[in-house]
Design a protein around this ligand. Structure first.
Ligand code: 0O2
Length: 217
């Protein structure tokens, strides 16, 4: 194009390579996330067919946008290199699993993480140990192999397991947090934490009811 200085061929090649590597990385995350979701769907169907119960209410997936990967890497001082991102930004691929009961959460986590080719990197059990604001969920960062034409890659996927009550609380809290841009007034903060206690009580009560009707968790 007239008036535009041409880039040296070496730079053009380098940028093309960066673009290809990034595209391959993002595809790997999408495939890893889809594999985890498929395995959870298989468990859901198996439980539904053989045990006559359905431990999963809903599964959702998302891959972080390039903008928020770059923003998080900047915030955490992580280099914009594929290997550094893979090592330190562990929630690029995310799966959220909503269960009816707390017991289903643990049953599913055990079944998924027992699979031979899945490696568990980190488990954060905010159900056993809720965050100070009351947040409850069980997070597992796992790695699953994805076979691309260039060879296998181990893809980290963050899986968040929670009950319907925990999810209702988390999405409401998230909206309030964003409305106040993180600076939630103290009286609301207390009510949010109290609501988390109510949600936990609701989980217990529902499990009691379920036991009373079906005899087991
Ligand atoms: P998004 O858009 O949901 O992905 P880090 O992930 O390293 O920044 P941390 O605290 O080490 O932070 O990780 P942790 O505790 O595993 O939490 C990560 C994710 O859990 C968050 O992702 C939320 O999805 C969820 N989460 C954690 N704490 C809260 C909370 O207090 N309220 C709500 N509503 N969700 C929470 P992101 O990156 O914040 O957002």
């Amino acid at each position: 194009m007239s008036g535009m200085p041409e880039l040296p061929a070496e730079d053009v090649r380098r940028f093309a390579q960066i673009r290809e590597d990034f595209t391959r990385m993002m595809l790997g995350y999408r495939f890893g996330m889809e594999q985890v979701a498929t395995r959870l769907e298989i468990l859901r169907e198996e439980f539904a067919e053989l045990h006559l119960d359905n431990p999963i209410e809903h599964i959702s997936t998302r891959v972080k946008s390039p903008e928020s990967i770059i923003e998080k890497a900047g915030r955490q001082g992580v280099e914009l290199e594929i290997e550094a991102l893979r090592e330190h930004i562990t929630d690029i691929a995310g799966v959220r699993v909503i269960c009816s009961f707390v017991a289903d959460v643990y049953r599913l986590v055990d079944s998924l993480t027992a699979q031979a080719d899945i490696t568990v990197r980190v488990v954060k059990d905010y159900i056993a140990n809720p965050k100070p604001n009351g947040y409850r969920s069980l997070h597992v960062i796992l790695e699953i192999p994805v076979f691309l034409s260039s060879g296998p890659v181990q893809v980290p996927v963050e899986v968040q397991f929670r009950t319907v009550a925990m999810d209702f609380w988390a999405s409401t809290e998230h909206k309030i947090f964003y409305k106040y841009e993180g600076d939630v007034p103290p009286h609301l903060r207390q009510r949010i934490t109290d609501a988390a206690v109510t949600a936990a009580r609701m989980d217990e009560e529902m499990a009691e009811l379920h036991r009373a009707v079906h005899g087991t968790d």
